[in-house]
Each structure stands twice: as structure tokens, then as C-alpha cells.
Design a protein. Sequence first.
Length: 332
Amino acid sequence: MDNKKIILSGIQPSGKLTLGSYLGAIKNWAELAEEYDCYYAIVDMHAITVRQEPAELRRTTLEQIAQYVAAGLDPEKNTLFIQSHVSAHAELGWVLSCYTMFGELSRMTQFKDKSAKNSENINAGLFTYPALMAADILLYQADLVPVGDDQKQHVEICRDIAQRFNGIYGDTFKIPEPFIPKIGARIMSLQEPESKMSKSDKTAGGCIYLMDKPEDILRAFKRAVTDSDTAVRYDPQEKPGVSNLMQIYAACSGKTLEAIAAEFDGRGYGDFKAAVGEAVVETLRPIREETTRLLGDKAYLESIYKSGAERAARAANRTLQKVYKKLGFVAK
Ligand code: ATP
Ligand code: LTN
């Protein structure tokens, strides 16, 4: 096509999307669409590193496609696809796992966290997950990978794998950069502001989902954990709950942290929490409504992921063939 820079990112259909994945990732994707050639995947092959219920996985995958579109990703301008529809991901994933070291995989924070949470199912896929993620990114020769802060380490290992491969076989892969937003890169649980808001969090009230009803969102913010002080001041160490709410408010309203502190100076937490809740409700309302509408049009969703997979496969197979040739595989 043209010479636009390339973006790739993905989210696992491992549950309902949260406000964290919206503010940390999807919101920024929509803003980058004009300037870049963008590929956004629903990484179902990553999701099965943790046990999934099949009917639920199918439902979540479709809902996620609808949510990508509802959040502002125009399927004409962005390539939206399902990872398992483009077989090059599994193929390059295997190749790259042969260029990824046991030691470097052992240092991955997400592996340590998830194996602690799923001690009955510490499978090989959970361990080699970063090699598959590197394949997702490198297949498209991506320049930029817009993700939340928790994925920085995985983009770094992807760069290391690409550099190692290029070092042996000559220039093959573009070395990607992570793109991590200044505001919203790490949204914390509303109940335990020391831990990340995450789809798989089971603590009641800690997580806001994109499809939550306005009254539930307002209630969750009213009950959000703060501290025994009264000042709305940004200090993630001393005031993690309040600082998290300030980040959420800043990301949803476009106001700076300083402007927010000034706005609530001397007003206490009650007003502040209500304002954050309202801002989140208004941010999510159009996404929820549009998702519901799109879910009623299965044929349209199918046309999006089918044409997305065709476009993605064309780009991905170019890289895969180049890799096979460099490795010395005999051409078909
Ligand atoms: P799981 O609980 O299944 O691991 P998750 O909710 O932690 O899922 P994903 O939905 O897979 O995470 O993450 C999708 C994208 O959203 C990634 O780019 C990730 O960095 C970002 N993201 C996820 N949670 C947050 C958060 N709390 N704050 C900011 N960004 C986030
Ligand atoms: N590891 C990511 C999901 C993911 C991804 C990717 C993100 C899989 N492949 C490629 C960016 C680019 C996560 O757990 N959120």
C-alpha cells in the first residue's frame, strides 16, 4: 500500500473488557488510526494458555470485535482480525520459540503472576507465550505496539528475539517500539489500588467492565477505596486509591492531574468520586450502546473479521515466507 508506519496490538478474549484495557490500549488505538496502517487482533490463541469455557470464548471473541468497532476503530481503515484465522501466527510462533531462551522466559512477570494464580495448570503455552506474541508483532513488521504498562516487558523480549534473529540471518524483522500512554497506562483495581485492574480479577467492585450499566459504575466509584485523608492530590505511593481515580478522571475528561487537584481543592472525596463515576459513565455510554447494536448484526461482524483475516494473512505470509527461506526450509 503506502508508506505509512505500521501498528499491531492485540487483546485476549479471556473475559469481558475492562476500563483498564480501554484506557491503557483501545482508546489510543482509535487515535492512531489516521496516521498509521493498523492491525488489531483478538488473540484467541493466547487466551487458551488459561483454561476457557468454549461457548464463552466464542461469545467473548465476537463481543470484542464489536467493541473494537464501537470504540472507534473503523474496519475500513483498520485491519481487525482473529488470531487463529491467520495460521502464520502459529507457524512463526513456533520458529521464534526456537530463538527464545528458557532463562529470559523465566523472568517474565506475567508468567510468574499467572502461574501463581493458576497453580494447577502451569502449561508450556503459558511459559512460551512471549514467543507467540513476538510472532504477532514481527509478522506485520510493526513499528509501534500500543499497550498498557504491564506489556512493556513482552515488547522488550520481542525486540530481543528480533535482534537475535536479524543478527544470525541478516535484516528480517523491523524492531518495534512500545507505545505506552502517559495517562491511563496502569489503571488499578478500585478495591485494591495496589493491584492492576484486570479481566480475571474476581474481587467484587474492583473492576469496571465496558458493558457495565451506569448505575453499577456510579456505585462502584462511590465505594472505591481511598484513604483517611481528604485531599485530592496525586501521590501514587502515599495515596494509591485517590491517584488511580485521578488518572481515570484525567483519561476520561482530558483534564490534567493539576487541573483536577485544583477543581476538587477543599471539596472532599464524595464530590470527587461522583465526578469520576459520571465521567466514566459518559465515556463508556456510546461504546456500550454501539456494541449492543453491532451484536445484533452478526453478518456485519462476520464480514469484518473475514476481510480482516484476508488482509492480515497477506501481510503476515510475506514475512513468514521470508523467514522460511532464511532458515533454509525448502520452498513448496
Ligand atoms: P487478563 O486478566 O486475562 O490477563 P488483562 O485485563 O490483564 O487480561 P488484557 O485485556 O489482555 O489484560 O490487556 C489488553 C491491553 O490492555 C494490553 O495492552 C494491556 O497492557 C492493557 N491493559 C490491561 N489492563 C490494564 C490496566 N489495568 N491499565 C492499563 N492498561 C491495561
Ligand atoms: N500479551 C498481551 C496480549 C497480546 C498482545 C500481542 C499485545 C498478545 N499478542 C501483540 C500486543 C501485541 C496481554 O496479555 N494483554
